[in-house]
Write a protein that binds this ligand. Structure first.
Ligand SMILES: NC(=O)c1ccc[n+]([C@@H]2O[C@H](COP(=O)([O-])OP(=O)(O)OC[C@H]3O[C@@H](n4cnc5c(N)ncnc54)[C@H](O)[C@@H]3O)[C@@H](O)[C@H]2O)c1
Length: 439
């Protein structure tokens, strides 16, 4: 098959881009392609999302509704739940979830069901790119046969590639277009087409030899973070026992201009990527008879952090002759990281659950999360409480789980009885330091 007609259409920005899965990854891609002048068709099974977009409303905090309205005004966006319209797109980019099952194994059901919904509608010459994070081999071994189940043949009727998403929600310096994009094709034509496509919207592309290699790149990046975070979490336990402030150590080490990169301890891992993706590889490695010991160990250390934080809380309360059972605790920040509205796998939620199970009464405040909605793992039914001098003073402890920049830490420490700080957020607070405990 000659891919040039598609590449030509891409260069002239005549190609229609279909983005499947309009979440934290898919929606920024939609806006980036539309900004570059491409017509974009957004697909999702959640009609609430497609309706919102068609009304010009964003449901992701760091993507302003004005951006959606501006591309709607230019007729560059339409969102739909009708997958038969997949045939209208020249390129289809799949950005659906890749979580773990209850047994901590890869859950590829979203990728498979997406493949099944578009397979009957594949039209000759289309490029299909998987963007979801997954283990090496998924594009070729799992997605390809599902796509071919409709009769179209990969490499002949359609091109298939993998290009991992490196989105960092809320990162003002590196928005989608500023992050180099790795691309790997199932054959040379697919690689060329995917390369041509992303070259239109990102600062640079990085071509690798296969889809499997591109899948492996993404996992390396996330495993690197998971292992290094586990390392500093472990060092935190050791240095705390030695009465050395791990945060001070990290800041000083970070002045080394080469061979070191700072990672920071925390109350546990959160988000859709770091707590999950490494286990995609450890699962796949078992097929090759290899135990991924680093990955498993990092997982163990990081997963133990919420319990460690709760033990620090119990000690701090104990010093005030109080028990966790019956205590009132206010958790600050239930988003998994600062200044985003994403609560997936958030350690703040795990902390709430553990403290409730030990008999504490727990509330939370988060300027980005007005209320907690039920998810795969949590159903906490809480609403964000206001931060006032009176409300802060009512709690036996205020636990900083996520250090949003909007928080006024002087104000918080001034009015709280006790503050347990898991993020070193109170480092510049000068008054009432005896109220602050680190965890
Ligand atoms: N969030 C991040 O920062 C980030 C960064 C890099 C990579 N990733 C990876 O990108 C992928 C998507 O993550 P996300 O954070 O955007 O997830 P998300 O949950 O925010 O969005 C996924 C969207 O897919 C939709 N969806 C589910 N099944 C579908 C189907 N069969 N057909 C069409 N739409 C469907 C959901 O309704 C949702 O809107 C995952 O593999 C994730 O690991 C995420």
């Amino acid at each position: 098959m000659d891919p040039h007609p598609l590449i030509e259409r891409i260069r002239k920005r005549e190609a229609v881009i279909g983005v499947i899965g309009l979440g934290y990854v898919g929606l920024p891609l939609v806006t980036e392609f539309a900004k570059a002048g491409f017509k974009v068709l957004g697909f999702d099974i959640d009609q609430g999302k497609t309706d919102a977009l068609n009304r010009g409303e964003s449901y992701i905090h760091h993507i302003p509704s004005a951006n959606i309205r501006s591309i709607l005004d230019k007729n560059l966006l339409e969102a739909t739940t009708d997958f038969s319209r997949a045939r209208e797109a020249d390129a289809l980019l799949i950005c659906v979830p890749t979580p773990l099952t209850a047994h901590q194994e890869p859950d590829l059901s979203y990728i498979k069901s997406t493949g099944l919904s578009i397979a009957p509608h594949i039209r000759p010459g289309q490029l299909i790119v998987l963007e979801s994070t997954t283990y090496p081999g998924t594009t070729e071994e799992i997605l390809r046969p599902v796509l071919e189940s409709g009769g179209a043949v990969c490499g002949k009727d359609f091109l298939l590639a993998y290009s991992p998403e490196r989105e960092d929600p809320g990162n003002a310096t590196f928005s989608t277009g500023k992050i180099p994009k790795v691309v790997g094709g199932c054959d040379a034509n697919a690689l060329d087409a995917a390369d041509a496509l992303y070259s239109e919207i990102v600062v640079s592309t990085v071509r690798v030899s296969s889809a499997r290699t591109a899948e492996a790149v993404k996992l390396l990046e996330n495993i690197f973070r998971s292992v290094n975070i586990a390392l500093v979490n472990e060092l935190k336990l050791i240095y705390t026992k030695m009465d050395i402030d791990v945060w001070e150590v990290i800041e000083a080490a970070a002045t080394k201009p080469f061979g070191y990169m700072p990672f920071y301890p925390g109350p546990g891992l959160g988000g859709h990527c770091i707590p999950i993706d490494p286990f995609y590889l450890s699962w796949k490695a078992r097929e090759y008879g290899i135990a991924a010991r680093f990955i498993e160990l990092a997982g163990e250390v990081n997963t133990a952090m919420p319990e460690y934080v709760v033990s620090c809380l119990m000690n701090a309360l104990n010093e005030r002759s109080k028990a966790l059972k019956g205590a009132r605790v206010l958790v600050l920040g239930v988003a998994y990281k600062a200044d985003v509205d994403d609560t997936r796998e958030s350690p703040g939620l795990t902390l709430i659950e553990i403290m409730q199970s030990r008999g504490a009464t727990v509330d939370y405040n988060d300027p980005f999360v007005p209320q907690l909605v039920a998810s795969r793992r949590f159903d906490l039914k809480l609403k964000s409480v206001d931060l006032t001098p009176t409300s802060l003073a009512e709690y036996d402890c205020v636990l900083i789980a996520t250090a949003h920049t909007a928080y006024d830490y002087d104000f918080i420490v001034e009015h709280a009885q006790l503050v347990l700080d898991t993020r070193n957020a109170t480092k510049n607070v000068t008054q009432h330091r005896d109220r602050i405990h680190k965890a």
